[in-house]
Every structure is written in structure tokens, then in C-alpha cells.
Design a protein around this ligand. Structure first.
Ligand SMILES: N[C@@H](CCC(=O)N[C@@H](CS)C(=O)NCC(=O)O)C(=O)O
Length: 210
């Protein structure tokens, strides 16, 4: 039986897990969930209680999106998403997941963080955009002239950042980041990973993915 992936379409962590699974061609049974109503089967296997979760078999469960990406790519990595820069990539992804993500949440939900204006949170998040912009001046993607793990682990979060205030993002000085994001969101791989499915609790049916 193929592994089970508990996923939530709009979650950026689940997006990156689906992207790596899709490129690796590893077939999984996708169970779409909603965060407010997690199935008991998921809660039983995942102490983290976050999405995504990959149940490889009875014994092996991965409940971190990055672990799922690395697992999929260790099965098959046809486009060399993992290369010699892996350690450096993991540092940048870490920066995304902790520092940038925390400013992104405050920027996105600024009304819940009234200590500062929304623009203050955006300014803080911009440090990370500057770093990406400078990398994209050196090569087409963050670590090479082809897509790597880092691009795919990070862009779903930049997509979220861009959509908070589209007009601001489009007039911002991050021209390379804008171009990079546009390419990745229009890529067939991403479009396929964003298909809508009924929730597993509604349909009771696993969806074979990709
Ligand atoms: N470190 C985790 C974070 C995953 C995460 O925070 N996912 C969010 C959804 S985007 C979640 O499940 N939140 C729990 C909830 O809202 O109940 C990972 O990389 O997989």
C-alpha cells in the first residue's frame, strides 16, 4: 500500500511536501483535511498535530514538511533538488520557517498584533526578501540556475507574503523575487499540486497523488 499523506490545500507547509512528492513521483494516498476538524486517525499518529503528515507504514510517520520533502527526494530526485549546498539550503529554510514566518504572520494578521502598524511587520519581513533578492542576482534560483529544495520549500511562504498586499509587492524593489515567484506559481508542477479535492472526512476516499 502506498503511504498516506494528510494534507491541507492552502497550507504552505503541505504545499512544499506535495511539491517534493510530485517531483519524486512517489505515489501517496492523499487525505485532504480541514484544520478545525482533524480526523481521529491523524491525531492518533501525530503528536505535533500539524499538517502535513506522511504515514509511510505502521511504524514510520513523518510530521515535519521538510522531512517529508527530504524523504521523497531520497526516493527519487530526478531534477537534482538536493545538491552539495544542502546544509546551506537548510539554514535558509530555517530562517524562512522561524524568523520570516513569524513576521509574515504578524504582517498578515496585523490587527491581532496592535503593538505596531502593519507596515512595521512588513519592514521586518523584508530582511528576508532582501536576502532572496541578492541570491537571485547571482543565479536564476536561490542556490543554482535550476530549481532546488530551497526554492520549493520557501516560495509558498513568499506567495503568502505577496498576497497580503499585492499592490505593494508589485511596486516593491524586489524585482527578481517577483519574477521568481511568478515563474514558480505558474509552473505546472505547482498548479497540479493545488488541485481541489473533497475532504477525506466527507468523501471517505483516498486520492492517489500525484
Ligand atoms: N513545522 C511544521 C509546521 C506545520 C504547520 O504549522 N502547519 C499548520 C497549517 S499551515 C498547522 O497544521 N497548524 C495547526 C492548526 O492550525 O491546527 C511543518 O513544517 O510541517
Amino acid at each position: 500500500m502506498s503511504p498516506i499523506l494528510y494534507s491541507f490545500r492552502r497550507c504552505p507547509y503541505a504545499m512544499r511536501a506535495r511539491l517534493a512528492i510530485a517531483i519524486s513521483g512517489q505515489e501517496v494516498r492523499l487525505r485532504e483535511i480541514v484544520l478545525k476538524h482533524k480526523p481521529a486517525e491523524l491525531l492518533a499518529i501525530s503528536p505535533n498535530k500539524t499538517i502535513p503528515v506522511l504515514q509511510i507504514n505502521e511504524q514510520a510517520v513523518l510530521d515535519e514538511s521538510l522531512e517529508i520533502m527530504v524523504w521523497a527526494l531520497s526516493q527519487h530526485d530526478p531534477k537534482q533538488w538536493i545538491n552539495d549546498s544542502l546544509q546551506e539550503m537548510l539554514l535558509l529554510i530555517d530562517n524562512n520557517d522561524y524568523e520570516f514566518k513569524s513576521w509574515l504572520d504578524k504582517y498578515k494578521y496585523a490587527d491581532r498584533f496592535p503593538e505596531y502598524e502593519q507596515a512595521y511587520y512588513r519592514d521586518q519581513a523584508e530582511d528576508f526578501l532582501m536576502e532572496l533578492e541578492s541570491r537571485l542576482h547571482k543565479q536564476t534560483y536561490l542556490f543554482a540556475d535550476h530549481i532546488t529544495l530551497a526554492d520549493m520549500a520557501i516560495f509558498p511562504f513568499i506567495r503568502q507574503f505577496a498576497s497580503v498586499d499585492k499592490a505593494w509587492f508589485e511596486q516593491s524593489p524586489y524585482l527578481r523575487v517577483q519574477q521568481w515567484l511568478m515563474e514558480l506559481v505558474n509552473d505546472e508542477l505547482f498548479i497540479n499540486c493545488m488541485k481541489k479535492y473533497p475532504t477525506w472526512l466527507e468523501s471517505g476516499e483516498d486520492i492517489l497523488f500525484p
